[in-house]
Design a protein around this ligand. Structure first.
Ligand code: GLA
Length: 729
């Protein structure tokens, strides 16, 4: 008999998707208990017995059991991370949900209304399991008390509390920094698996940079023993939020884990007065029974559902030229014009004018906020350039960084109070800039007007929307922490602009890849994956980003050699082969390339145009052949493009075979090599015949053989790429 919940019968809520199931144990007087989230159970399969009061209480424990619920709280005697940390001026610090009303609007959707009559709170949890195995969850907390009870100070509200099986072995996540995003890491979980060993019983990742951040992508993958790229059980979760965040995985004494994800809130940031509420971001989670690739593929499909395209359909992704690394701030009408002509000549379809075009923007030390063309550089405005770009058959894109203000700008001189700041403390700049308090209506209106003016008067098809600093001392005019309000205001501004200019595409850039979460990509059409265009780094960065984002939205540019961010050089062949897999662009000065290189570049741009229908929108598989060779395949089991990269010098005498597990074992495939033999392969006196002469002709092969044994790859130089086309015969 429980002391806290009347003895009421349990009902089980069972949700099935194609490959997974969710089972909750529900009662009218408490939050539903997690019974299962994992590989699909047979129809009609329900728990043996209720968990509530169904298991023996261990010695030295409270007299009532506390199994993991969808929202565990301190008030039920929960010792572990609570899904809610809140108080009313020190009172009501421990909540307990004592009334539960379930609404089940469709077989796979559920709303759980929970009430705490003592603390006078209501929590609504929305839960949906898609047919494609993605479980999405979010919560809304309402302050139902009157003002006499005091405002509710919310320190933490989990967007989701998920169960993970005790057999979970490792958590995989990424860290990073500017121009070096998506470093892969793995930690062992424990102590269930490693008694006294190396696992961590409480794994935590936090981000307090105010934007999604380079260094802590808001997602992780948890693997069960034996999981591989294509088999085994893999759990993943992502918090769709572009600001501060926290996630923790905690081992529980009943041999499972709880996984919570949510916003990290600054002190006093969320104070709910009577009648107010807070809604968390959405968590997109998935249990895949077909390994890392299975998880990635479902997440790609989820992102594609979140996105909305002008005209409701993604057009073939146009080849960009972005002017940043060709010009930096050195814009002259003649120079930009020459760059546009050279870009059009190699097949570029969208010319993106990056930083340096607006009033007094001659370096990164001034001008953010003053969004009109620089009178010296563009004496007749941007119209002449726009007309030229259009006459060359290209679209025009424009770089903006609306959320920022330079202390040295007309805007700041007029409105110094518009910047987020703390009274009496120094203004902390980063890249010489401050962040605008966009939650103030007059600031949002100013930005909307300035951007609207540009979009109304120029044929701009695309905005590269940048955001080049973290939020530090982000206090608003009331002296309160404004991180959360800032993110919501950014969403509102982008949504407002998209409504007003529905044909304009937007890229989410934040010093490269610092704002790539699902809330950002759901509002935009492309991300600038990284400021690093060094192909050797890009292979890793892009593969990390691909785990969560589909290839067609990953901006991947062919940069110069040596790369500006690393000083390293790779052949054009490698740089192009690596950039080809995403949304292709050029980030180099095509005005000054030798003719032979221009020819190669033109051929690569054409190759991308010929194959982008297969590169984008389909299924992606990532794999490793071994000995420093990695590959990725895009398309379907009927037709694939396979990109092979040798990232390291070989340590084997023979290159490993490439096995493709996704092929139909009973079909025949034609294999064709699409890339030309790179010039450095034929010109190197040390190369052996195999390296130089391996050409396009490969026999047709049996899918079963390619799955089990694979085909032999030619010898490859370090940092080289191959591109194959496979089609079912
Ligand atoms: C950021 C972006 C770059 C470029 C510069 C311009 O660093 O990531 O691509 O646009 O800003 O200042």
């Amino acid at each position: 008999m429980s002391t806290h919940a009347p003895d009421t019968p349990a009902s089980y809520l069972v949700l099935h998707s194609q490959h997974t199931s969710v089972v909750l144990e529900c009662r009218a007087h408490e939050a539903p208990l997690w019974r299962y989230w994992g590989p699909r159970l047979p129809d009609g399969c329900t728990p043996l017995a209720p968990l509530r009061d169904g298991r023996a209480i261990p010695p030295s424990s409270m007299e009532f059991d506390q199994p993991l619920s969808v929202t565990p709280t301190l008030g039920v005697g929960w010792y572990h991370q609570s899904a809610l940390l809140a108080h009313r001026t020190g009172q009501q610090f421990a909540q307990q949900w004592t009334r539960c009303v379930l609404k089940h609007p469709s077989p796979n959707s559920l709303t759980i209304h929970l009430h705490d009559e003592v603390a006078q709170l209501q929590l609504d949890i929305g839960l949906h399991l898609s047919a494609d195995d993605v479980l999405s969850l979010h919560s809304t907390l309402h302050n139902r008390g009157d003002n006499a009870l005091g405002a509710l100070d919310v320190q933490w509200l989990a967007a989701a509390t998920l169960p993970l099986p005790g057999t979970a072995q490792q958590v995989h996540y990424s860290s990073g920094q500017w121009a070096n995003e998506f470093w892969p890491h793995s930690d062992l979980l424990g102590p269930a698996q490693q008694p006294g060993g190396h696992g961590t019983a409480l794994w935590v990742r936090e981000n307090r940079r105010g934007r999604t951040s380079h260094d802590s992508f808001p997602a992780a993958v948890v693997t069960l023993p034996g999981a591989t790229s294509d088999s085994g059980v893999v759990y993943g979760a992502h918090l769709a939020w572009s600001g501060n965040h926290r996630q923790c995985i905690e081992w529980l004494p009943d041999g499972q884990y709880q996984w919570q994800l949510g916003e990290w809130l600054a002190p006093g940031e969320v104070l709910l007065v009577a009648g107010e509420s807070i809604t968390t971001p959405t968590v997109y989670a998935c249990c895949a029974v077909d390994g890392h690739n299975g998880l990635m593929q479902r997440m790609h499909r989820q992102v594609r559902q979140l996105q909305s395209w002008p005209g409701q359909r993604m057009r073939p992704r146009p080849v960009h030229l972005n002017t940043w690394e060709a010009l930096y701030f050195d814009h002259t009408p003649e120079g930009v014009e020459a760059l546009a002509r050279a870009a059009a000549a190699v097949g570029v379809e969208r010319f993106v004018l990056d930083d340096g075009w607006f009033h007094r923007r001659h370096s990164d030390r001034a001008a953010l906020g003053d969004w009109w063309p620089d009178e010296g550089k563009y004496p007749h405005g941007l119209q002449p350039l726009a007309a030229l770009v259009q006459s060359l058959g290209m679209e025009l894109g424009l770089w903006v960084e609306p959320e920022m203000v330079s202390p040295d700008s007309a805007l700041f001189r007029q409105h110094p109070d518009w910047a987020l700041q703390l009274a009496g403390r120094p203004l902390l700049t980063m890249r010489n800039q401050l962040v605008l308090d966009m939650a103030r209506p007059e600031v949002a209106d100013y930005l909307f007007e300035r951007l609207s003016e540009l979009l109304r008067t120029l044929p701009i098809a695309y905005l590269k929307w940048d955001m080049n600093r973290d939020l530090t001392t982000a206090g608003n005019a009331l002296g309160r922490a404004a991180y959360r309000g800032y993110v919501l205001a950014w969403y509102a501004l982008v949504d407002r602009l998209r409504n007003a200019f529905p044909l304009v595409e937007i890229e989410s850039c934040a010093s490269g890849g610092a704002r790539l979460d699902y809330a950002a990509v759901g509002r935009t059409h492309r991300v600038w994956t990284s400021d690093c265009n060094d192909a050797a780094s890009r292979v890793r960065i892009q593969r990390g980003a691909l785990q969560w984002l589909p290839p067609e939205i990953l901006g991947c540019h062919i940069g110069p050699a040596p790369a500006h961010t690393t000083g390293r050089s790779q052949s054009l062949h490698y740089r192009a082969g690596v950039a080809l897999s995403g949304h292709l662009g050029l980030e180099l000065d095509v005005r000054h390339l030798p003719t032979a290189e221009l020819e190669q570049l033109r051929a690569w741009v054409q190759r991308y145009k010929d194959w982008r229908h297969l590169l984008h929108g389909g299924t992606v598989w990532l794999g490793e052949a071994g000995d420093g060779v990695v590959w990725q395949a895009h398309g379907s089991a009927d037709e694939l493009l396979v990109l092979v990269y040798r990232t390291e010098q070989t340590t084997h005498r023979y290159t490993p075979a490439l096995r493709l597990p996704m092929l139909d074992a009973n079909a025949q495939y034609r294999i064709e090599r699409l890339d030309p033999t790179p010039p450095e392969w034929t010109s190197s006196p040390l190369n052996d015949a195999a390296l130089a002469t391996e050409t396009t002709a490969l026999p047709q092969a049996h899918g079963g053989w390619l799955q089990a044994v694979g085909w032999p790859l030619p010898r490859m130089l370090a940092e080289s790429a191959l591109l194959y086309h496979l089609a079912r015969i």
